[in-house]
Ligand binder design. Structure first.
Ligand SMILES: [Zn+2]
Length: 114
């Protein structure tokens, strides 16, 4: 929790004109749960309701999976976009070669069967 809020402090992004609040919260939880507390247990995602833009742990889990599979520099690159008040989605697509929904569908397929 403290790490999540500290991440916001470090993030201190300019205005949110690209409607990226879900990603801001997702990165904050990614930093907390995948960088600082990778061993702690986490709740399962309900894929009947969840989307990649749910923010918090759902977005964080998706970012962690996409980063591991496609590009380890993904989250830092998205972070840079947010700092510059740029739309991060073109960067996501460029670094992975896929759109967010396709990446979510792949994440779901890989996660649900476990
Ligand atoms: Zn937050």
């Amino acid at each position: 929790m403290i790490i999540h809020e500290m991440t916001h402090f470090i993030q201190s992004y300019p205005g949110n004109k690209n409607d990226t609040g879900w990603l801001v919260e997702g990165i904050a939880d990614y930093i907390r749960w995948w960088r600082f507390e990778p061993e702690s247990p986490r709740s399962r995602i309900n894929f009947e309701k969840a989307t990649y833009h749910d923010a918090y742990r759902t977005t964080a889990a998706w970012l962690a999976w996409v980063s591991a599979k496609y590009n380890r520099g993904l989250v830092p690159a998205l972070d840079l976009n947010l700092r510059n008040a740029e739309d991060p989605i073109p960067t996501l697509t460029k670094l992975t070669g896929k759109d967010p929904q396709t990446l979510w569908d792949e994440f779901r397929a890989a996660t649900e069967k476990k």
